[in-house]
Design a protein around this ligand. Structure first.
Ligand SMILES: Cc1cc2nc3c(=O)[nH]c(=O)nc-3n(C[C@H](O)[C@H](O)[C@H](O)COP(=O)(O)O)c2cc1C
Length: 196
């Protein structure tokens, strides 16, 4: 193979994929006897740990939505904040996701952080922030990022979580999942194995 030959032209993709490894990082210590009673602080701890360990852009995530026919869609975006326990993101109402959220007001967010071998899944119904909050969100963007957005088109949405899963992989494939679900005024959590 000469240096300028593209390896993808030589190896079929499926063969290349068979040789790939995943979950190659080293997970931090995770004390399952010291889990917080609610998920926000654990999420914050994991996010800050990912940042401290130089995960590039740990605040980016995949947002999944669904249309009225039940057809799913997904795209990358950034987490704008956790507003009183609700995971916030922002976009235009005129976008595909905006249209899908108008049809079905539910979504899921998925984060994946390496080399911590950690993933977080958040799902639930979606609510819209107030007009003032959405306007403030837009105003906080750089002038360049505000260009071309019609007044009133920018929306800050929030997922009200009905389930949050913290997943940490292990080299021996004995992965750990901790799932938080709302329980009355607070939260209940359970620890699950995962041999995936
Ligand atoms: C790293 C990254 C961050 C992004 N952040 C946002 C965001 O915060 N809001 C947004 O509307 N689009 C964001 N995008 C663009 C979206 O992925 C997507 O292309 C766009 O929102 C249109 O999606 P839709 O057609 O499903 O509505 C981001 C893309 C990348 C790669």
């Amino acid at each position: 193979m000469t240096p300028d030959e593209n390896v993808r032209d030589i190896l079929p993709l499926n063969e290349w994929l068979r040789g790939r490894h995943a979950l190659t990082g080293d997970a931090p210590e995770w004390d399952l006897d010291a889990l917080p009673p609610e998920p926000t602080s654990l999420f914050t701890e994991w996010m800050l740990r990912a940042d401290a360990d130089r995960v590039p852009e740990p605040h980016t995530a995949t947002l999944a939505t669904v249309d009225a026919n039940g057809v799913p869609d997904a795209r990358t975006l950034i987490l704008k904040g956790i507003d009183d326990g609700r995971w916030a993101f922002a976009s235009t109402r005129s976008s595909r996701k905006g249209s899908q959220l108008a049809q079905v007001s539910a979504a899921a967010l998925n984060f994946w952080w390496q080399p911590q071998v950690r993933a977080v899944r958040v799902r639930g119904r979606v609510e819209e922030a107030t007009t003032e909050e959405s306007a403030a969100d837009l105003a906080a963007r750089s002038p360049a990022a505000q260009q071309g957005i019609e007044p009133g088109d920018w929306v800050r949405w929030r997922i009200v979580p009905s389930r949050i899963e913290f997943w940490q992989g292990s080299r021996d494939r004995r992965h750990t999942r901790v799932v938080y679900v709302p329980d009355g005024e607070g939260w209940a959590y359970s620890i699950l194995g995962d041999a995936g």
